[in-house]
Every structure is written in structure tokens, then in C-alpha cells.
Ligand binder design. Sequence first.
Ligand SMILES: NC(=O)CC[C@H](N)C(=O)O
Length: 386
Amino acid sequence: MLSPITGESLPTTAILALEDGTVYQGRAYGARIVRTGEVVFNTSITGYQEVFTDPSYTGQIVVLTNPQVGNYGTNDGDDESAHPYIEGLVVREWAEAPSNWRSQRTADQFLEQYGVPVISEMDTRALVRKLRIGGVLRGALSTAGHSAEELIEIARKSPSMAGLELATRVSTKTQYEWNTPVEACSPSEIIKQHEPGQFHVVAYDFGIKRNILRCLTSIGSRVTVVPATTSAEDVLALNPDGIFLSNGPGDPEPLEHQAAQIRKMIGKKPIFGICLGHQIIGLALGGKTFKLKFGHRGINHPVLNTRTNKVEITVQNHGFCVDPDSINTSDVDLSHINLNDQTLEGLRHRSEPLFCVQYHPEAAPGPHDSQYLFEDFAQMMKEHKK
Ligand SMILES: NC(=O)CC[C@H](N)C(=O)O
């Protein structure tokens, strides 16, 4: 990343160049800088601040298909982590004058403050069509006056997402307690208000979203968050009632150490994983992961729960997937299937207290259909405590 340009004569033109040589020109907003990343699209109609601050977007330039972004500003309450993690943002229309009673600063000020460039007035439909047809591509986004030729080169030299380990980069470096009281949380009414602190959950932070911590709190857990490199022995020494594996950025495949730690803990304590956490559990069970053509990112992905035969409308943000053929189904149930492309969305061990989902039951933002999974985790911890 180069230093941002500041001052009065800020460039007004932004360029997005892709590794295949395609170049788009638009209007520059956010920070004046050049950044690279895998160009991915998210189809959510709301929740842009949660997307900006979801650490799972590390290494990615995000295209939002909702035609107007920024219209309700940003506020301190909607952050999913300490700061934005997206490398860059691509929008059709960037609302310069937000209107919302909760807004504390514009989305532009927020991204500018954290060094994130924005390109607006883009034909996002054309770009998304391209990514859907050909698959996601690396890109370079400049709001700092680079030439198209320079940017294509920068995009081509940027790291590929396949094989990239990013979880330990964004993880907390030190263990901490999440003790925001449940009153300050806003989980759905679906999660019952359990007696606070009746469970102790140790949560692996691979890039954890705050709403997961809020949901764990609202099922009555005291949560100890531990770094991504924590050993099984150190986790078990904390004597938790349950172990949680978070979402996070990058390719799951390099996380062999993490998968080995989880393998040692299967059957010892209830385990629940979300997204990257699900992929690590898949690897721990002897499975394999692969990269999807353009991933799943949005808040209306239909998923079949194969145990209840009910369909859930789910929130998703992932580019990799566990290969169902690599899972030994005599031990593990393929509990959830994506109804758009039939990919695997969940696993549940048949005899041990372990389950995980590829999607986001914490739903920040999104529909609350899947929040029952937190309730399931509470029941599992209760039964295992006896
Ligand atoms: N949200 C996540 O945890 C994403 C997991 C992983 N980085 C993927 O893209 O598939």
C-alpha cells in the first residue's frame, strides 16, 4: 500500500484494473490511495457498514450491487470489528448526503479515515456479470492518479487468494474476555435470554464478527476469545463448556495447525463453527476444501436444513467450500445444502457434540432464520455439562 494523497487538489478520477486487462473508470471517493485485492461482489440491499468491517473481507475489493450505497451513513454501533477490512469499494452511486438519525459520520469519511479507496459511478451490473461468467479476478483500485497500464501490472503482481493464509494476520494477538452485557446487545428475540454466565465459551478468533460474540452472550455465555494459534491443550486448560470457531479471511487449506488442534478436541467438548470455522472443522474431519467460481455473498441465500426439511434464508460471505465427497458420511451428517448451487452448507457429527455451518447465523445484517443454531449450541453445552 502506498501512502495516501492528502491536500486540496485530490484526484476525482478512480480506476479499477483487473488482472485480465479490463479497466474501468469512475469517480474517486474515500482515501486517495492504491490498493489491491480479489474483486468480489455482495448482493445485500443493506448492511454496508457491517460488510466494510467484517474481517473476512481482508484481501478483497468489494462490489456492492445495491445501486445506492452510503445513504444512511455510519455509526459506532454497527461495526463488526475495530475498523474496515475491505481493501476497496466499488459502487454505482455513492450517497454524499446521508440521512439517518443513527448516522455519526458519512460512509465516505469512515472509509477515508481508514485508508480505503472507493470508485463510484461504476456499471456494477456489467462488472458482476463478468465475474459471474468468468469467476473472480484480482484487481487494483487507484484513486491516486495511476495510469491504466500501471494498475494492470499492480493487479497482476498482487497475491492470489488461493493458498493465502490471512486468519492469523487478523486474529487477536492476546486472549481477552468479551464481557459486554447482554443488555447492550441486540440479538433477535429468537435467542432466548438465558441466565447470564451459565456457560463458558472459548472462541477462536480467526477474524470474528462482533454479532457472533453478542449472540454467544445472549445464550448465557461468558466468552474468552483466544488467538488463532492457540493449542488444544491451552483451550482445554481453560475448561470451557463449549468451543467456538469463528469466521475469517483467506483460504482455509493452509490452516493445518488449527485443524489439528480441533481434531484433538472432537468429542471432548461441544464445538460450533461458522464459515471459516466450518471449513476448519471440515479439514479436521479429514475433508478437503475448494475454491468456488465467484463465491456466495449476500443476505438471501436459500439453504435446506436436511434434518428438518425446512428452508432457511441465510446470510453468506465465502469464496471457499468444503467438498461433501471428502466427508465420511457414516460419521458426519451433511446437515445443510445450498439450494442455488447444491454446495455444502453445514455438518453435524452423528455421535459427538459438534456442528458447523458455512453461512452466518449471527446475521449482521440479514434475516434471523438461522439463529436457532445458537440455541442448539446452548442445548448441547447444557447436555454435556450434566
Ligand atoms: N466469512 C468467512 O469466514 C469466509 C471464509 C473463507 N475466507 C472463504 O472465503 O470461504
